[in-house]
Design a protein around this ligand. Sequence first.
Ligand code: ZN
Ligand code: MN
Length: 496
Amino acid sequence: MELQPVIGLEIHLQLKTKSKMFCNCNNEWLDASPNVNICPICMGHPGVLPVINQRAIEMALELGLALGGRVNDLSRFDRKNYFYPDLPKGYQVTQYALPIIQNAQLKIANRIIHLRRIHLEEDTAKLIHTPDYKWSLLDFNRAGIPLLEIVTNPDFSSPEEAKLFLRELQLIARYLDISWADMEKGQMRCDTNISLRPINDKKLYAKAEIKNLNSPRAVEDSLKYEIARQKKMWEDGHPPTIDTTYGWDERQRMTVEQRTKEGDVDYRYFPEPDLPAVSLKEFNLEEIKSNLVELPQARRLRFIEMYGFSEVEARVLTDDPILAHFAEKTLSELKAWLLSIEQVEGSEQEIWQKHKEKFVRLVANWLIHRLIHLLDKYKTETAKLKITPENFSEFIILIYEGKISSTLAQQLLEKMFIGGLDVDRAMRDGQMIQIDDVKKIEKIIDKIIKNNAKVVNDYKKGKTNAIAFLIGLIMKETKGRANVEIVKNILKEKLH
Ligand code: ZN
Ligand code: MN
């Protein structure tokens, strides 16, 4: 019997609002000392009145509209009742019957994933277990932080698709600037549910829910594990019969049963009596829509069509909104420079089109291969990038005009990167002025020829690539500063 996975995701995104969901406390829990951003409201004291954070609602609308969702005219908060130490009130304020958004969607690898609902709720406190498991500590800074919960239909048919979707959603949240969405830091969390069914069967079978996955990788791995486990059950003639909740044990690389799943009825949802219903008609949805930034998928396509970046390059560049902006700003600087020096006839567009490809190649190579390498090497976040697109484009022009060797260019870029320097300043600081002096270069070449008689002989006997070896030695001797064109010309003359 051939079985097919049926996978759905439930994602929690911590929103980047200034204050918490229902009180004025700072929305900050990662870097703050424990239990400093708290008040009677987020501690759930009796007799307090929560107030809805307008900005959190706007952020939910931004994501919902960006993903083509339907905005409910009226939205409401409900109490979800359950007991847990991290929940001081004994209930979580969430949305049940009337979420903010319904029926949004996101296309992943040519498959449309339906987002059943997007709703707001409050985060719980953070439970910290001491290493010896003697004590459990509570940090209430996190209690009441706004969460956006996103629930998909079971539309995924493979763990890879689920992982791709998560990565894309994470990127969208960052583009919209509504969440840091770092899974390792708990700013984005994911639960999955998975069942198997015979191919062509439309029925849904009992599912496993895997809770609190903290990386796209863990999502993929745990789903793969669960598919194998359930497949075996089907093959043994005992497919799963009840919905069950699991955790993912990263070390043992297996799912671990936690409890059989409670149904919605167990939570005794009822409307939150302390909060008014929210009339979403009163928000200017058209304005929110028109202020939305370009989403990563659209930007990727545009980078390919408008500039001629390859698919891989477009992905690398757009995977970080700061880098995407950097690339685009650099190219616009280069275009402005080109138009300012180009004397030929023709419209600006024609001139740019004629030279564009060469510039785009240079930007692709030096940004993706060298600049990103430097970010890695110095463990720098793009947000802290010191080199500006203006300086970077000056640097590209230097290469475009053939005024600098590749070795020298690499050293120069590193100087510019570290110090945030422009080209002139970095060159002066690094004493890396190019050697154009023919006499000086000739002297070095003579020395290299003298010391490498065998290689010179090989070249004369017809081993033409021996010349590359000699050029390499000359560049090494000059620390990459010799003008390569001049070196090549003199060397060829001398070897004749
Ligand atoms: Zn508070
Ligand atoms: Mn939730």
